[in-house]
Design a protein around this ligand. Structure first.
Ligand SMILES: Cc1cc2nc3c(=O)[nH]c(=O)nc-3n(C[C@H](O)[C@H](O)[C@H](O)COP(=O)(O)OP(=O)(O)OC[C@H]3O[C@@H](n4cnc5c(N)ncnc54)[C@H](O)[C@@H]3O)c2cc1C
Length: 463
């Protein structure tokens, strides 16, 4: 029997092998072109996942787990012929308990679908990547995704109580449960969070949920210089306003957003800072006034606050669509957008912004900047003509200099998008900068304990 037939024995109605069916799996949301998988398998149960991994392990077949395929670093595509294991059919919300502040969900549940369900009982799952429409629980766990609400709630790792995960030999691990704390030896759940599908395949998770904020106002503060914006972010953080989200867009990103017709900004400025402030209804206006004063004191040329639901929704959609809007600015089919994803302590933002500005000019490249600025995360969206070797080299040098700037300011080369294929050398740069290469060695040893044959998502995170 051939491999396809044997895979069908395990998942009778969920094996794709036709060329047209496989092509979409050669790409994710990054600029990388992956290899054609040998098959895509869509299991519906943990038992099928276990049998699949056991089979692939015995045959020596590489396996790439895949959720929404929205990775921006090439993490969810195969580098060479592999079996793609899509979790999208495992999309059940198994239980929701407000009393326990917990939901039990399968790995293929999309983040927006979970939040739609939770909103019916006044609850919220805080991690909120811009890709929440398509990104899945398994994907955000494996990338330790951040997103818009990190400034208040932190990243995905802070919201995972436990996972069910399957090892390459088919063993099913049940780590953690629905309790809000547990001390049960080494924290293997946390080890799996952010492991980019290289240690195990997540099939289920217990996630923490919170009550939805009572009343929210959305503020737009317009700036003409980036250092003032950086100071404003630091001042807002120091003031105790504690925003729910704090995002910024530069002029190129605002133009891209406006060109889609989603939102028209109130004035023409170089930058805009988007803040959500939530409080009890009776005190919200007071906090909005205090924030407005703080922002103007830092040099905002205009501050507009809205509580109009439709306008707030349009603005949120516009921000979440910022990356997709920028893709429209590519000039030819050879153009790609490479994303720098650094993070620095928020107090260093004014000087980091100054340095980034210098680097863009030094390397003569086209860059649009936006990001989750409230927690010091800067996304540099770098346009590159892939057919122009000189430009590719300039972009690579910019990328490295950007990463070095983050390290020199006490930050990191990768904030939230993960390592994937794209940031393997930057990961080495970070540990070498910290004189901690042994940490990378330990990670490789752990990888070989979990996956001795190196079959799970090979070529990601490490060479
Ligand atoms: C428009 C846009 C906006 C984005 N905004 C953000 C943002 O604000 N913040 C942010 O952090 N990221 C963002 N991203 C990046 C991306 O959406 C996130 O990394 C997201 O977590 C990926 O989820 P996914 O389900 O699409 O995972 P995939 O892309 O399918 O996979 C990502 C990684 O997880 C692994 N994986 C997936 N499912 C499993 C599983 N069940 N078990 C084991 N491994 C698995 C894959 O092998 C791969 O290594 C954005 C992407 C886009 C396109």
């Amino acid at each position: 029997m051939d491999i396809a037939a044997e895979l069908r024995e395990i998942v009778p109605d969920g094996v794709v092998t036709g060329r047209e069916g496989l092509i979409p799996y050669t790409r994710d949301a990054s600029h990388f072109q992956g290899a054609m998988p040998s098959a895509v398998v869509l299991p519906s149960t943990t038992e099928q996942v276990s049998n699949l991994l056991k089979y692939c392990g015995q045959k020596g077949l590489a396996v790439v787990a895949r959720g929404g395929g929205t990775s921006l670093t090439g993490a969810s595509i195969a580098r060479a012929d592999a079996v793609v294991l899509s979790l999208l059919r495992m999309d059940r919300i198994l239980s929701v308990s407000g009393e326990d502040s917990c939901a039990e969900v399968e790995a293929g549940v999309r983040i927006d679908d979970l939040n739609l369900r939770l909103s019916k009982t006044g609850h919220l799952f805080p991690p909120d990547p811009g890709s929440s429409l398509a990104a899945t629980i398994g994907g955000i766990i494996n990338t330790n995704a951040g997103g818009l609400r990190c400034v208040r709630y932190g990243t995905t790792k802070d919201w995972i109580l436990g996972v069910e995960a399957v090892l390459m030999d088919g063993t099913v691990l049940r780590l953690g449960n629905r309790t809000l704390k547990s001390r049960i030896g080494y924290d293997l759940t946390s080890l799996i969070v952010g492991s980019e599908g290289t240690l195990a395949v997540v099939t289920k998770a217990f996630v923490k949920i919170v009550s939805k904020p009572e009343s929210v106002a959305r503020l737009l503060a317009y700036f003409n210089d980036i250092e003032s914006l950086g100071r404003a972010v630091a001042a807002v953080r120091a003031s105790g306003i504690d925003p729910l989200i704090a995002e910024y867009l530069d002029r190129m990103t605002m133009d891209a957003v406006e060109s889609t017709g989603t939102f028209k900004f109130h004035i023409h400025s170089q930058y805009v800072l988007l803040l959500d402030i939530d409080r009890a209804e009776e005190s919200l206006d007071r906090y909005v006034s205090a924030a407005t004063l703080t922002l103007k004191g830092c040099g905002a040329v205009e501050v507009v606050a809205t509580r109009d639901r439709a306008e707030m929704e349009r603005l949120y959609t516009a921000r979440k669509g910022a990356y997709s809007s920028l893709l429209r600015l590519r000039k030819t089919e050879h153009d790609a957008v490479v994303i720098g994803d650094i993070v620095v302590p928020p107090s260093t933002l004014p000087s980091v912004f100054r340095r980034v500005d210098e680097l863009v000019k030094e390397h003569t490249i086209r860059v649009a900047l936006f990001g989750h600025i409230g927690d010091g995360n800067i996304h540099a969206n770098i346009f590159v003509d892939m057919s122009d070797n000189a430009e590719r080299e300039r972009v690579e040098h910019f990328h490295e200099d950007l990463a070095r700037t983050a390290l020199e300011n006490g930050g990191s080369v990768s904030a939230e998008h993960g390592i994937g294929m794209e940031k393997v050398s930057l990961l080495r740069m970070e540990y070498s900068y910290r004189h901690s290469e042994r940490a990378l060695g330990l990670m490789k040893e752990l990888k070989s304990v979990f996956d001795p044959k190196g079959l799970l998502n090979p070529g990601k995170v490490f060479d």
